[in-house]
Ligand binder design. Structure first.
Ligand SMILES: [Zn+2]
Length: 157
């Protein structure tokens, strides 16, 4: 009698459990993709948010440093770009960079024309291989340059 009762209670208990357990598993299986998405997307969103914050904090300064210091080369009467002597420039970009620059924004090696003899060399080198003039390009404020330009040195082609 007691075991019957216990058995009944046990069966009822199992049935009672089944009511909750069976639908629960169904829900859990449905929830697995959602949980996976949350587990995967959550960190990604967090990383993206952090990267975005980092990008927003770092990017403007770099932008000002690099992009604002170059200017397009002026064109002469024949449409050819004119590069002032002693200032680094990129022939492919036709951009003049600030004194002291050795690389373009795209990582290309900049060149510079010797102020004395006009020989074009890599902007990384301080000394002219032709006339031996050595000058250090310092990133100081650009002057107009008009008064500085050597008038007699026009090695007209
Ligand atoms: Zn030179």
């Amino acid at each position: 009698m007691v075991t019957d009762q216990l058995n009944q209670i046990w069966t009822g208990f199992l049935g009672f459990l089944a009511l909750f357990v069976t639908p629960d598993w169904g829900k859990l299986v449905v929830m697995i993709p959602v949980l996976l998405v949350l587990a995967v997307v959550g960190p990604i969103v967090t990383i993206l948010a952090l990267a975005w914050l980092h990008y927003g904090a770092v990017r403007p300064r770099r932008h000002v440093q690099l992009a604002d210091t170059r200017r397009p080369a002026e064109l002469d009467a024949d449409g050819r770009p004119v590069y002032p002597a002693g200032e680094p420039y990129s022939p492919t970009e036709r951009m003049i960079y600030e004194p002291g620059a050795t690389r373009s924004l795209s990582g290309e090696t900049l060149v510079v024309a010797c102020p004395k003899c006009g020989l074009v060399r890599r902007a990384e080198r301080d000394t002219c291989g032709n006339c031996g003039l050595s000058f250090h390009l310092k990133p100081v404020a650009r002057s107009g340059g008009a008064t500085h330009r050597p008038s007699g040195g026009a090695a007209a082609a």
